[in-house]
Every structure is written in C-alpha cells, then in structure tokens.
Design a protein around this ligand. Structure first.
Ligand SMILES: Nc1ncnc2c1ncn2[C@@H]1O[C@H](COP(=O)(O)OP(=O)(O)O)[C@@H](O)[C@H]1O
Ligand SMILES: [Mg+2]
Length: 272
C-alpha cells in the first residue's frame, strides 16, 4: 500500500518519457538572490512544458486543464499559486503529488522523472512520499481513519517507524496543531477547521521537505484562515520547499511567498 494519504486513485493519461525543450518560467522576476540560489542548487521540482486534459477525445472532446506549464522550484522558497477557479491549480498539484500524470511534458522531482511506472514501484513511491507531503483542497478526501490519533499515526506506520517513534511523533504533532483534545474523536465528525488541523498534522508528522498545500484556507472561517496563515508562515525553512494554492490575498501576502499566477487559459501568466 502506498504511504501517501489518499482514498482515490487518479485515472490520468500516461506520462511522457521524452525530454522536451524547456520553456521554463521563473517563479518571480530575476533577482540577485535568485541567481545565487540557482547557481548553487538545482531545482527540487522542474516542470517542462506540461499539458493535461480531462476526458477522451473519443468521448466527445477533451477539456484542457494545463497548457504548456514550465516551472523550476527551489528549496528554501515558498511559492503561492493563484488564479481563478478552474484555471488548473488543483490539477497542477495532483501532478506534483504524483496522483496524475501529464499527457505531454516532463515532471522531474530531485532530477528524476515522476512517471506512472515509477509511482507504481512501491519502493520508489515510498521514497517519493517520504520527501513530499500533499494537503488536499478538501480535507474529507484525506481523512479516513477512525480517530484523529490513528489518522496521524497511519502515515508514520507506513514509513516503517518504530511503535515508540510513531507514538512520539503523533503526540508531538497533535500538540503542534493543538488537537490533543480531539485525539479519540472520529475525523469525519469534526468541524471544518478541526479537520484541516488533523489533515495538516498527518502531513507534517511525516516531516516532508516539500509541502504542497491546495487551498489550506478552504472551508475555514476568518479566525481559521488567520490561524493557518500564521502557521504556514512559521513553516518556512531554508531546507524546505513550500507550494501553496490559495484564493486568500491575506494568506498570500502574510506567508510572503513568490507568486505563480495561473490564467483562465491554463498557462502561467507571462512576465514570470
Ligand atoms: N475530474 C475532473 N474531470 C473533468 N474535468 C475536471 C476534473 N477536475 C477538474 N476538471 C476541470 O479542469 C479544469 C481545471 O480544474 P482545477 O484543476 O480543479 O482548477 P482550480 O483548482 O484552479 O480551480 C476546470 O475546467 C475543471 O472543471
Ligand atoms: Mg482547486
């Protein structure tokens, strides 16, 4: 079983294995600091001319979700992906999380192509999910255990940690997310904010260096949004890559990431 926390497998098209000419957007205007970063370290994530559509041509045409998306994303950076509903943010994130595969173009994670074949290789995908954590836009997609405690322990057990370490980290992350009092509650019956904290605890407990968070403010009230904004800002580290999709101006500004703007045409907006 995969260690990734998901209920639904995706039925995406097969991954492309051919290298394509990179037409890579930078995630921000060039700066001296960025040149230095790029000079000393390779991107952890490289998307090269990615296209993705839903549906089969035989079934009445395809619905384009990503059109020629290229990006290089570096450790120590936080990127905030913005754009109107339906522009392709969640599709992009599912590809980054190895749940969908592009119809053309390449996705490299730490220099290695992420393909359907590789993700079907248990050892490879285990290593992948040790390094990358994904928070779904809808927490209910992510939560399926009988209690909050089990929900957090689940991924840690999949990592093969000792029982003692699983228990230690479960307590640590319930404390961090302030959900200790909910430990024995069924995630399904929690409020939106409590579900979000539980899902975040489950992802963070696995201590991934790359965090991909799809609208972490979704379903939260104003206080919840303020809390998640402050919490995400506190996660920034030199050896961590954080990618957040959001509709919240406040979150985008206060987390202080570099903006990646997506357009209605399912591209990254020019000038980046
Ligand atoms: N499972 C699906 N089947 C068919 N079309 C989909 C599916 N998921 C998303 N889409 C379509 O793909 C486009 C991009 O959607 P999505 O990636 O969810 O955008 P965003 O997250 O930016 O709102 C939209 O037109 C949406 O309707
Ligand atoms: Mg979305």
């Amino acid at each position: 079983m995969l260690i990734h926390r998901r209920k639904h497998a995706d039925d995406a098209v097969k991954a492309a294995d051919e290298a394509l000419p990179p037409k890579t957007h930078r995630a921000s205007e060039p700066s001296e600091e960025r040149h230095e970063t790029e000079a000393v370290c390779a991107p952890w994530i490289s998307l090269q001319d990615i296209c993705y559509s839903y549906g089969q041509e035989a079934e009445g045409g395809q619905l384009r979700a990503l059109a020629h998306v290229s990006l290089n994303l570096y450790p120590g950076h936080t990127y905030v992906v913005t754009g109107p509903n339906g522009c392709g943010k969640s599709t992009l994130f599912r590809i980054l999380a190895g749940l969908s595969f592009p119809e053309s173009g390449r996705y490299l994670f730490h220099g290695e192509a992420v393909t359907r074949d590789r993700m079907n290789d248990r050892e490879w995908s285990k290593t992948f999910y040790r390094r990358l954590g994904f928070l779904f836009q809808n927490s209910e997609t992510q939560l399926f255990c009988k209690s909050v405690r089990e929900e957090i322990a689940f991924g840690l057990l999949q990592l093969g940690l000792s029982g003692e370490e699983v228990q230690r980290r479960t307590e640590q992350y319930m404390d961090m997310l302030d959900i200790g009092a909910l430990a024995e509650r069924a995630p399904f019956h929690l409020s939106g904010g409590e579900k979000k904290r539980t899902a975040l605890a489950a992802v963070l407990a696995m201590q991934p260096q790359t965090l991909i968070l799809d609208e972490p403010e979704a379903g939260l009230d104003e206080d919840g949004e303020a809390w998640v904004t402050g919490f995400l800002a506190s996660l920034k580290r030199e050896d961590r890559l954080i990618i957040i999709a959001t509709h919240s101006r406040r979150l985008a500004q206060e987390v202080g990431g570099e903006e990646i703007r997506m357009t209605k045409a399912h591209t990254i907006s020019s000038g980046m």
